[in-house]
Design a protein around this ligand. Structure first.
Ligand SMILES: [Zn+2]
Length: 366
């Protein structure tokens, strides 16, 4: 058996999707990540005449925002849902690193025109290089490494991996590929196959969205609750339609300003979270207040620290079923500060205190 490992520079791929979108004439082009590793494998088989290649693992290296303007929470959440989908649906190994937005909007177009801030991604290329080098050094881990990349920085690593007797294939995008990879003469001696152009396989790797009718669980929803969506839902994850999500974003921004620390912890959190993986520590606490008609509540951790959460933060329960006294596990997006509550990110109800009933809770200053 000839073993293939696929290493994807997710940040590069993501920022060059528009070229594939153009190629495929679909402005909403998305990649089918289940198909991608196998589409690349087929290309190698076709080129080389090798048969029986097996993709034994696929790695995806990317980043996610931290410390951003809360208005963008939905956008940040989608990134995490995407990584989760890669892990759960396709068994990718995902390595993601935080990018500190210093309390700003995530998209440049949403920032002030004279704001010179530019978010800095860290670790992604080194993480990819380290992983490929590491597995190349482990006997029998793989025979062929497929790098889905475009940046020039990787070529010294490819040389080293080839020195270990491994074969390298590069898959890239024509409009964003360093010359060193497309060079037919391969002067740097970095590859064992012709370059594979994702441009030429857009139909094979396009994700075809499937629409389904789902019930919007938002208490703010107007009209028929059954909505057509292409969104992929995890089991137990409540669905909210686009217009309810927009309303939530406004509501949340107001509530966060009212109840949680307004000063950001810029410069600190990013580093604390920088240990690789998703970085969020899991915390446990008891739901100790719920304001049912305004769609938010508070969780108290054992050390007494209090955290604001909104109904959209729930990962496995409907707002109507959450009770005071429930045991919840949650991630933190803001630490409590200056006597104000912190803010939770994702909230998972671990144990229900059903029977205690819902109570309006006490809205004293925290
Ligand atoms: Zn709705």
């Amino acid at each position: 058996m000839t073993k293939l490992m696929v290493f994807i520079d997710g940040t590069w791929l993501y920022s060059n999707l528009r070229h594939l979108a153009k190629e495929s004439n679909q402005p909403n082009f998305h990649i089918d990540y289940g198909a991608l590793p196998h589409a690349v494998r087929e290309q190698i088989e076709r080129q080389s005449g090798l048969t029986g290649l097996q993709v034994v693992r696929t790695f995806f290296f990317g980043s996610y925002p931290v410390n951003y303007d809360v208005v963008d929470e939905d956008r940040a959440r989608k990134r995490k849902d995407f990584f989760r989908m890669l892990r759960e649906d396709y068994h990718y190994e995902v390595e993601a690193y935080p990018i500190d937005y210093a309390d700003r909007r995530i998209l440049q177009d949403d920032r002030e025109a004279d704001d010179t801030f530019s978010p800095r991604e860290k670790c992604v290329d080194i993480a990819l290089a380290s992983a490929m080098m590491y597995f190349a050094a482990i006997p029998g881990a793989f025979d062929i490494a497929v790098a889905v990349v475009g940046d020039k920085d990787y070529f010294p690593m490819f040389q080293r991996v080839r020195n270990l007797g491994k074969r390298i294939a590069v898959a890239s995008i024509r409009q964003s590929c360093a010359k060193v990879y497309s060079d037919r003469q391969d002067e740097k001696r970095i590859k064992d196959f012709h370059i594979i152009w994702l441009n030429d396989m857009v139909d094979r790797i396009a994700w075809v969205p499937e629409e389904s009718l789902v019930e919007c669980k938002s208490p703010l929803h107007e009209g028929n609750r059954e909505v057509l969506t292409t969104m992929r839902l995890r089991e137990g994850q409540p669905f909210f339609c686009d217009s309810c999500r927009a309303k939530f974003a406004e509501q949340k921004a107001e509530q966060m300003a009212e109840f949680t620390a307004s000063a950001s912890l810029a410069g600190h959190r990013g580093e604390e979270e920088g240990e690789g993986g998703e970085g969020d520590q899991h915390n446990e606490g008891i739901v100790d207040a719920i304001i049912p008609d305004r769609g938010f509540g508070f969780i108290k951790r054992r050390d007494g620290a209090s955290f604001f959460f909104h109904l959209t933060h729930l990962t496995n329960a409907d707002w109507g079923t959450v009770n005071v006294g429930d045991l919840a596990r949650f991630t933190i997006t803001k630490m409590p500060q200056g006597g104000k509550a912190g803010a939770a990110g994702e909230v998972t109800i671990v144990e229900s205190a059903a029977g205690n009933g819902r109570s309006a809770g006490n809205l004293t200053r925290r």
